[in-house]
Design a protein around this ligand. Structure first.
Ligand code: DC
Length: 212
């Protein structure tokens, strides 16, 4: 089984993905980390993020062993990831890795922006996670502060809104809900509540498939 979780920046999809995967004993891939790794390689090398050929080469040379690098989680790298992910050549280079991850047994949860629409349009369960921008900024600011980054919540909110606009507006695989995705608004839910709601969606889909 493949579970696709998409949503805007800081909607909580990464935490949900991890928890839902653990619940079912599935593997989990936070696809944002892949774009962050490409962005960090570009920043480290001093290449302009708009250079599609170099970004494509960085995507081709990707080392999944580096996805655990805490530096990938910074605000700066997140913003840069949104810029490099606009390039169609970068997205195309990362597709095979994501699809092979998704199709390995026993099952997988992938979270990102285009999992239900482009990477795994055949996923059995698709969840589109949303939350009010102010709530997302509050959570992201807490998370960044916990990692030792100095943060201003208003600046985090501005960053999130700018990133959403770029991710939604790009031509290649923009952030959008698949027509058959289940909407999950976590604005007024804590982590446990959101996890239970996501599991309830998966169970409802499974029950429906058994009946059908
Ligand atoms: O989910 P995140 O904040 O780690 O993602 C960082 C950026 O990567 C996001 O702003 C856009 C890009 N991204 C993407 O284009 N497609 C995905 N499936 C995941 C992330």
């Amino acid at each position: 089984m493949i579970i696709a979780i998409d949503g805007p920046a800081a909607s909580g999809k990464g935490t949900l993905g991890k928890r839902v995967a653990a619940h079912y004993g599935f593997r989990h891939l936070d696809t944002g980390l892949i774009y962050r790794a490409v962005a960090k390689a570009m920043l480290d090398a001093g290449h302009p993020l708009t250079d599609e050929a170099r970004a494509h080469a960085a995507a081709e040379a990707l080392d999944p062993g580096a996805f655990g690098d805490p530096a990938l989680k910074s605000q700066r790298v997140g913003e840069a990831a949104s810029v490099v992910s606009v390039h169609p050549a970068v997205r195309a280079a990362l597709l095979t890795f994501q699809r092979s991850f998704a199709h390995e047994p026993p099952g997988a949860v992938l979270d990102g922006r285009d999992i239900g629409t482009v990477v795994c349009p055949d996923a059995e369960v698709k969840i589109f996670v949303v939350a009010r921008p102010e709530e997302r900024a509050r959570r992201r600011a807490l998370e960044l502060a916990g990692r030792g980054e100095t943060v201003d919540e208003a600046a985090v909110l501005a960053d999130i809104l700018r990133r959403d606009e770029r991710d939604r507006g790009r031509a290649a695989a923009p952030l959008k809900s698949a027509p058959d995705a289940h909407l999950l608004d976590t604005s007024d839910l804590d982590i446990e509540g959101a996890v239970q709601a996501a599991i309830a969606i998966v169970e409802a889909v499974r029950a429906g498939r058994k009946r059908g």
